[in-house]
Structures are given as structure tokens and as C-alpha cells.
Design a protein around this ligand. Sequence first.
Ligand code: PMV
Length: 313
Amino acid sequence: MARAGGKVILFGEHGVVYGRPALAAGLSTGATAELVSEPGVLATARLSVEPWGVTVDAIAPDAGAVSAAPVDTSQLAQAFGAIVHAYEKPPALHVRVRMELPSGAGLGGSAALSVAIVRAFDEALGIERTPSEVADIALRAERVFHGNPSGVDTAMAAAGGVAVYRKGQPLAPVFVKKPIILVVGHSGEPGMTKETVASVARQHAQRPDKVEQIFAGMEAIVNNGKSALERGDLDSLGQLMELNQKLLVTLVLSTPRLEEMCTVAVKAGALGAKLTGGGGGSCMIALVSDAESGRTVREALEKLGREAFVALV
Ligand code: PMV
């Protein structure tokens, strides 16, 4: 039995694809993986995912084009194959994963799935790896799911906690002076990470100076956010979330529904709110000062017809 958690990006999504830092926080919910066959029973590795109700056999990473749907079975088979074929001797084991996070919600569900699988295989095969080595293998599957992932999701799924991530560098853990409470709200719109990353790439190709300027602003927000967390300065954190959201809006990454959710959360008492992850749908986060405020903000989002939960960082 192995598990891994999801994550929320507090600051710096999208810039992180271009080598800028992002500040992320691990979630305790994610995915659990359990082996259900003995070695030697199967000819090839098999993956079952609940509650999706799908079972796939691993296919080789070079088996051809796959569709972009989040729970497309051929995509899942290829992502799984990317993990299996990272092993010197690909394990022919059946692994059953239980997802605790929705897929395509921008909460790192697919990275948690991949990291949990690697951990389950490693445990069965007696292989020991560092979290960053586990993340490297899981990243092969993320490339199938997301095209050009920065690696922040897999790094966070493998390590947890609160950390600054920069592509190609080890995670830098952040000391959080006091726990922070976030309300995570789902817009009900499907996750569009692959598409929004491609849209930012087009904008970057057309106006690199303008986009790099926005990324520089995001980098400053990450640095200030880190020190606000270290000081336990919730008011500054909230303001930085508002600022980060404005920069994401200039890259056309928000939606009317996400905007409405952020506005309603702040009206209900949140200190700040922003989309989290790829944008174009999926989730937003709101920072609240205490558990009671968390309940009020969650209820305000639910009144809009959105699903929401409170997470402690
Ligand atoms: O939507 P998510 O949770 O996969 O987050 C995407 C974050 C981006 O910075 C937009 C992309 C990436 O790979 O880091």
C-alpha cells in the first residue's frame, strides 16, 4: 500500500513552466495504490483506477498519439506505460489506485496517482529512492497527461509540505509560522491545463517581453509570499493572492465563473482569492483567517452552486 497527496499552487502557476519559481502547498488527500497480483501472474503491468471504474494494461511510451481527455483510457495506458518502462525490468504487476481527488481539477490528482504507483512498485520490488527520484519517474506520466509540465505537481506529490519549486532545482521547503486555512472551490468547469499552457506559449511567442514582465511580477509575488508565510502575515498573503490573480487575468487564464467565485469569497470575508493551477476552469482558493470564516466562505461558494472544501496548510 502506498499513497501520495495532491497540491494547491499558492503563487506562480504558469511562470513556473518558464523557469520562474512557484509556491505550492501539499494536500493530505490524493491517491492510494495497492498491489493486487503476485509477480509472475501477468504478462504486462495492469492498472485499475477507482472510482473511475477503468482498468488498462501498460503500453509502451512510443505507441503513438493519444487524445487529450483527462480520463481517456488510451492516455492513461500510455502514462502508466511511461512509469512501467522507466524500470530496468518493467514490473508485470496489477496495481489498484483509489483517487481521492477529482481528475482535471488542478489539484495535482494525476501527479498523486503517478507517485503512488511508483511508490507501490518500489515497495514491492525493494527499491529505495529519494522523493526527487520518485518525482522524476512520475513526471514521465505527467508528460503524457499534460504535454509540457513544469514538474511542480510531481515534486509536491513526492515531498508534500509547503515549498518553492523551480524547474530543474530541488524543492526548497518553506517554514510556515502559523497554519493557514484555505477554502478550495471547484468551478464545475473542466480543467484545461494543457490548453492554457499552450495558450500562454502562444502569447509568449508573440510578445515575449510583455509575458516575461508578467512572470517577473509573479516571481516577486512568490518571494513576498514566502516571507509572508514565514512571518505568519495573513493580510499580506491575501493581498498577494489578489495581485497574482490580476496577473493571471492579464494572460486570459481566468473565467467569469472563477472571477465570480473569487469576488464572492472575498465579500464573504476571505483575505484574498485566486484561481489555482492551470486556470480556464477547475479550482480557485481563498485564504481565510480562521475556521469560522472558512465555513462562511465555503457556504457562500456552495450557495453559488459550487463544490468547496476547507484545507489546512
Ligand atoms: O492544473 P495543474 O494543477 O496541473 O497546475 C498547472 C500548473 C501550471 O503552472 C499551469 C503548469 C505546470 O506544469 O506547472
